[in-house]
Design a protein around this ligand. Structure first.
Ligand SMILES: [Ca+2]
Ligand SMILES: [Ca+2]
Length: 496
């Protein structure tokens, strides 16, 4: 009897040890696509803004966090092992960001890491450092390149091409005048040899610049056929996904998205600009991106894009040439909060990481288990007679509340109180409660700010939309509930 019981116990323990779900309280949830059933399982929790996940040659997930740590996660057991704690990182908003592993791992067990550092003279820089893996830890740091950095707007994302070059997406550092100058590294895709030197066949001799005209790119991935896609944050409008070409100019800060405003048209007549393959207004804040070619048929040949403001995973189906986006599906809307990165495994599983402990958490997050790494895997097929017929998408009618949610809430928050030091409170705003002749020009044109984020111009919204937003914000957050009519806004717009 005892022997049998202990045998059962041993079996239970053995089977439990191999179950992917290590943490009590985390259950696998089901998600059904058109024909595929997915299992959704949290495999790691209590993390600290995991920015980058890379599938390692050891079938482990290598990931970074904002506070300078690199860890290895066993996707079968949920066990995490620390490999490196960088000491000289600087995290005000961004800290340790991107990482990529050398593709020739057996001969070159190198890991390339990009992080922010503050010098004794208070100048913020962005470092590219190569480490070597000794089987237990990352050792022997070698500084390959150091470029100017900033509190935010750093990008970044690293990938290595088939011809063994390092591609590095950098943010504009809010320095608009140097984005199109190859002597500067901001607002670009940089291309380097793996030792940090500049390849001889770069488009601008002696410069790491490969393509330029980007604002805040955080997604960079190759497709199967070798096309390079980048995802970036727009300002008030036009988050973008672009197909990166050697020497290409992608428009920012002269153009956002497509050439549809008068000043953009003027600019694109005189300078050759490459337009996005997809742009989003209202913005979604796209972050990590990975090409998917695994065993989930609905998502095969797609770019998977994680979004922060959008709090979702976007499935962007590509055409056969992997040059155009044919369709978009939105998964997990607001379910897990902000999603920072996405990583596919050779078996076809997908891993997403949350970013609810970063500097700009959304309403209702972080939850106690944040941040998390969550696995999406195929677990079955829906029988043909049970499949749903897709209904047409609802018309894109925006209520006043959703206008505020789409254009104002990610900064000023649903309660109007903003983020101290970054985004001003509307509740205490003298501008919101003050004269229309001051408020409206500010809304139309925005402002740059020496501290904090500044305010983008919202002149692209119609007079009616602006009138609705002012009415909504004043009635919710201000004692001044005066209406400003669309006509009045039109008159102010004509004068400015
Ligand atoms: Ca662009
Ligand atoms: Ca535009």
């Amino acid at each position: 009897m005892m022997a049998t019981l202990s045998g059962v116990a041993a079996l239970l323990i053995a089977s439990f040890a191999y179950r992917p779900q290590q943490f009590p309280g985390f259950k696998t949830e089901k998600l059904e696509l058109d024909s595929t059933i997915l299992d959704i399982t949290t495999i790691a929790k209590n993390l600290n803004v995991p920015w980058e996940m890379v599938w390692g040659p050891d079938n482990m997930i290598w990931f970074t966090d904002h506070d300078g740590k690199v860890s290895r996660l066993n996707p079968k057991t949920g066990q995490t092992t620390e490999l490196l704690q960088i000491k000289d990182y600087y995290r005000k908003r961004l800290g340790l960001m991107s990482m990529v592993l050398h593709p020739d791992w057996k001969t070159n067990p190198h890991v390339f890491i990009n992080y922010t550092h503050i010098q004794p003279d208070s100048v913020i820089v962005s470092k590219l450092v190569r480490y070597t893996y000794n089987g237990k830890a990352l050792i022997e740091p070698v500084l390959l390149k150091q470029i100017p950095g900033y509190l935010g707007h750093n990008g970044s994302r690293l990938v290595i091409s088939k011809d063994r070059k390092l591609l590095w997406a950098t943010g504009d550092l809010k320095q608009k005048e140097t984005i199109h100058n190859p002597a500067f590294t901001n607002g670009k895709v940089l291309r380097l040899n793996l030792d940090g030197t500049i390849p001889a066949d770069n488009p601008h001799p002696g410069s790491p610049a490969w393509a330029m005209g980007f604002r805040v790119p955080q997604g960079l991935t190759y497709t199967k056929n070798g096309n390079l896609f980048i995802a970036e944050h727009g300002d008030a409008t036009d988050d973008e996904v672009n197909l990166v070409a050697k020497g290409g100019d992608y428009g920012w800060p002269n153009l956002a998205g497509f050439s549809d405003m008068p000043e953009e048209k003027k600019h694109s007549e005189t300078r050759e600009t490459i337009f996005p393959v997809k742009a989003w207004t209202p913005t979604i804040a796209p972050a990590g991106m990975d090409f998917y070619d695994g065993n989930i048929p609905e998502w095969k040949n797609a770019l998977l894009l994680s979004t922060l403001k959008g709090q979702s995973l976007r499935v962007l189906k590509l055409d056969a040439k992997q040059e155009k986006i044919l369709s978009e599906d939105i998964i997990f809307s607001q379910k897990f909060g902000r999603l920072r990165d996405v990583c596919g495994s050779p078996a076809g599983d997908i891993y997403i990481s949350t970013s609810n402990r970063d500097w700009n958490p959304p309403a209702n997050f972080p939850v106690t288990t944040d941040d998390r790494i969550i696995r999406i895997s195929k677990s079955g097929v829906i029988p043909k007679n049970r499949r749903m017929v897709k209904t047409a998408k609802q018309a894109d009618k925006q209520s006043t509340a959703s206008l505020f949610a789409n254009f104002c809430e990610s900064c000023h928050k649903a309660d109007g109180r903003g983020v101290p030091g970054s985004f001003p409170s509307l509740v205490t705003s003298s501008r919101l409660s003050g004269e229309n002749t001051v408020l409206i020009p500010f809304l139309l044109k925005g402002s740059q700010s020496a501290s904090g984020e500044g305010m983008p111009g919202f002149g692209f919204l119609t007079d009616e939309q602006l009138s609705d937003i002012v009415f909504y914000a004043r009635s919710k957050f201000s004692s001044n509930t005066n209406v400003v009519s669309a006509r009045e806004i039109g008159a102010i717009r004509a004068k400015n």
